[in-house]
Design a protein around this ligand. Structure first.
Ligand SMILES: [Ca+2]
Ligand SMILES: [Ca+2]
Ligand SMILES: [Ca+2]
Length: 479
């Protein structure tokens, strides 16, 4: 498969260079989120951090820390100027204009479907164009995105989902023919996911807001995922080589365009989107924690992605030149380990953990959760890679691979739970999988290099490097 594409690599590299030459350097940096209660973050326990604009800021800032997002959502507002609560008459509207944004994301229309508002339906399109124009005329000349209404699963506020989907949706779909705006479809990605909405069936949960943030971010950034395929936080030649090696293939991690979800194939679209980020430093927004273990001394293992710095226990030895990626930590198999605060509750949803290891012996543990399970370990009998994360209780049993990882060579080991399956990886190749519909709740901190009860015999004797935890099922790129 790969070999058949050798002939056109030169062409691809030329295309890449051409794309590089036209890549824009000026970035838009200020995003105004205009909308109603789903923009405001109605009903969320910690609205300020959980609303979709806050989560959007998080994703954008992973790509570039200078992004700013401001929430101008007002509960109950509508587009219709004769409606009960027109957005253009709210203080937030003037504030959003004064913000002089580079990007405006508008998410309105649901409240217009309320019968008392929808009697003015003939004004809807014209009123929406007035709203758009009021932003388009700003000195910052913002890019404007219009979100389609998400599905509504009930109508406690008088929102009529038949009107939303049957009448308001088609009217909004006409907006790009009249003005320079881009539509963002929130309906299709959320239509089969009642669980992304609170009990009222209308407002996003934290996870719903996260999905919206990721979709909007992908549209703004022009990529469906990080263009740093190798995970070294730089977009460089190694990433380009991967892209070219998998040209024409399905490889999901490389299918970054068109946003928001890619199109199932690695082709010129992906190369063009990739080249926009050429030479840049980008972080992966779904990376929850990363311990590079590149320190040279001290008792702290810094978390470069999150805030969960680890503390060294025992007397492990920093090996600044002896790692797989930069330095690594050498543990003695007796009492050495790293402890961290809470990072991830396995029951919360899909997640992934990856680490490089060398050495070790059967029964020794690479990563575990205090009071929880051994996430990645060498099986007690033969040193095969194993995970003991499970649904818990009597039916919980380990997933074991047939791949020995304690043979004193470097291996990249990984465990992924995608929400329905447990999957183990050795050297980025899937080595075991089984169905697992849920994982047990556990909110303990993590141990790197020992088991969840610190039992003798579970301490790792060897090197550990570059431990990563992702808030999503990550599929490593096969090489
Ligand atoms: Ca890279
Ligand atoms: Ca693609
Ligand atoms: Ca390292």
């Amino acid at each position: 498969m790969k070999a058949t594409h050798h002939w056109n690599r030169g062409v691809l590299i030329l295309m890449a260079i051409a794309a590089l030459a036209v890549a824009s350097s000026a970035e838009a940096k200020r995003v105004a989120c205009v909308g109603a209660s789903n923009t405001y973050g109605y009903g969320l326990a910690d609205r300020e951090t959980e609303c979709y604009p806050a989560q959007l800021a998080e994703v954008l800032q992973a790509f570039d820390p200078t992004w700013e997002v401001c929430n101008f959502g007002v509960n109950g507002t509508c587009v219709l100027q004769k409606g009960s609560l027109p957005y253009v008459r709210q203080a937030a509207f003037s504030q959003a204009q004064a913000y002089n944004p580079d990007v405006v994301v508008i998410q309105l229309g649901g409240n217009d479907s309320v019968p008392a508002n929808w009697v003015y339906r003939n004004d809807f399109l014209a009123d929406f164009l007035v709203l758009i124009d009021s932003f388009a005329q700003l000195p910052s000349r913002p890019r404007i995105y219009i979100c389609s209404s998400p599905p509504f699963y009930s109508n406690p506020y008088g929102i009529d989902s038949n009107v939303v989907q049957g009448q308001i949706g088609p009217l909004m779909a006409q907006l790009p023919t009249y003005r320079d705006v881009q539509m963002i479809d929130l309906y299709t990605p959320m239509m089969a996911s009642r669980d992304l909405f609170q009990s009222d069936g209308v407002h996003f949960t934290v996870a719903g807001a996260r999905l919206v943030a990721e979709i909007v971010a992908a549209m703004i950034l022009g990529v469906a995922g990080t263009p740093d395929f190798t995970g070294n936080e730089k977009v460089d030649i190694e990433d380009l080589v991967l892209l070219i090696e998998h040209w024409g293939e399905e490889e999901p991690s490389l299918d970054i365009a068109p946003p928001p979800f890619g199109d199932g194939v690695v082709d010129a679209n992906d190369l063009e989107a990739f080249m926009e980020y050429w030479g840049r430093e980008v972080k992966d927004p779904v990376l929850a924690a990363r311990w590079k273990l590149d320190e040279v001394d001290g008792l702290i293992a810094a978390d470069s992605a999150g805030t969960s710095d680890g503390v060294l226990v025992g007397d492990p030895i920093w090996q600044p030149t002896g790692g797989r990626v930069g330095g690594a930590l050498q543990l003695d198999g007796v009492d050495d380990c790293i402890t961290t605060e809470f990072v991830r509750d396995p029951s919360e949803g899909p997640f992934s953990v990856f680490a490089w290891v060398k050495g070790g012996a059967p029964r020794q543990v690479i990563l575990s959760q205090a009071g929880g399970a051994n996430w990645l370990a060498a099986d007690a009998a033969d040193g095969f890679l194993t995970t003991e994360t499970s649904g818990g209780g009597r039916t919980g049993k380990p997933l074991k691979s047939g791949d020995m990882v304690t043979d004193n060579t470097w291996h990249r080991v990984g465990f992924v739970w995608d929400g329905s399956n447990r999957i183990l990886y050795v050297d980025d190749v899937e080595v075991a999988r089984d169905a697992q519909s849920s994982l047990a709740v556990s909110r303990g901190g993590l141990y790197i290099g020992t088991g969840s009860t610190l039992a003798p015999g579970t301490f790792w004797s060897g090197l550990i490097d570059d431990v990563r935890i992702y808030r999503r099922a990550v599929q490593p790129i096969s090489r």
